[in-house]
Ligand binder design. Sequence first.
Ligand code: ADP
Length: 575
Amino acid sequence: MWKQFLRFFLIIVLTSAFIVYFASKEVRKNYLRNLECTLENYARLIEKFVSTSVAANDQPQIESITKKLANELGIRCTIIAKDGTVLGDSEEDPAKMEDHSNRPEVIAALQSGVGSCVRHSDTLKKEMLYIAVPIVYQDRIIGIIRTSSFIENVQRSLSAITKNIIGTTLFITFLALVLSIITTQAYTKPIRDIAKAANRIREGDFKTRLYMKRRDELGVLAESLNEMARELEDYFLSLKEEQEGLKTILSSMVEALVVLNKDGEIVTVNQNFVDIMNESPDDIIGKRYWEYIRESDFAELIEHVVKTKKFMTKEIKLTDKIYLTSCSIVKDIPETRIIIVMHEITELKRLEEVKTDFVANVAHELKTPLTAIKGFAETLEDEASENNRRFIKIIRTNTDRLINIVSDLLVISNLEHKKENIEVKEFDLEKLIENSLTIEHKKLEEKNIDVTFDFECSIPQFKGDPFLIEQMMINLLDNAIIYTEKNGEIHIEASEEENTLIIVIKDTGIGIPTEHLPRIFERFYVVDKSRSRQFGGTGLGLSIVKHIVLSHNGEIRVESTVGEGTTFIITLPLL
Ligand code: ADP
């Protein structure tokens, strides 16, 4: 407001100063012109009275007329002879006055009939306006009559005018001040109201409304602000509802959830995660995850997901509990977020362990009696009559089958126990495959199956458990021989691609119908029961193979066409 007023005030003062300056100039000019006219008229009037006395050179008469008239008219009057001698003066003694022929007004009067000049009077020591006209007698110039007046009078009038103008200016300024206070008040109040309302909205008070009746731009602005506050209120309300919904979902989740930003800072957690950490949510939010979870497995999982940008799950042990931890990365929100969901599987793992232990124990316990049965059956078979031998053979075959199942189950439970702790050492893969082929040599010969083996020489030394890899090869070769007709072919290939070892076992056997392919790695799953039994199959062979591949962090795939053959493709990372 004061700024506004200062502006008004400056404008008024400047304008007034201009007016005073130009007006005084003009007034002075006019005043001088008027004075000039008056003095000329007086001079011409006095001329009528003194011309005869001048012509007669009657000095006392001249002086008396001059003094009398000048007195009457309130001016100074000087009568000058043509040669410049002062003949009479209303203020001074002419005898004491110097020659006036060189006075500019006198020279001008003689030349052009009238002369004027503003100048400082040496006699009266004041600024004066001089007007001179010639004294004409019988068409002859006989002298000069000069009238003069003090400029001081002009100055007096001018200062009176200036005072008036300044007074008026001060009055106008005062009025302007009052008016500007009123107008700025009227103008700035709604702006201040709008600013206050905008501030309240910024602080989150979306219920703020402005009530303005005006229809001008400020009215429109206020209405827009109201509309904006209404929309923001709605928007925040729905956002809050959404947030509440999300909070409810998160808190009702069985799993523990933690969301990290790209720097590993904890952004969101749910109650379950807070419970695991045994901290308050406010303490956790904003901290780096490694301040709370120091398990290297957890950090490795996150690093892997950040690097590969792929979803991954891992079993992680935290505070004596096991969690199936899934980690994914979300990139389509403004900031990258790492979402970790932890599902507690401690009980599940315990049950699984109990089950595996039970299977291992049962298998172990069964092995001795079964071997005994097998031994006695063999002894009996030798001594039995022809009729009984048939039954004893059935007992022996089934005992063999049971022994096979029991030993396969023992292998699986051993593998499950080892799982992530297999003994890794460097070995010659080519030799190992050749060795497996030697073991299977007899079976191959029986069926006259031709084996081709292609080993890429650039494969670096493979690191793994040689015993398990050999078991894997024997199981696959066994299957390939069993499910391939006589005179068939088996092709084995080993190559390296992008730091992974690829082993391919391809046969020209009966193949596997497509609908069975997804299940053949399951325990006890067999496609053709009678055929499997005929060859002593247990349905556990491929399950063992898959366990071995997984324990080496590899993958196994199968491709098969009925009647044409089956191909198993194993990829193992080269460590
Ligand atoms: P099995 O002891 O019965 O061979 P596996 O687990 O080794 O059990 O194999 C599961 C099933 O997969 C087998 O019953 C068989 O039908 C099928 N299979 C496995 N390998 C081959 C193969 N090379 N050719 C055709 N079928 C196969």
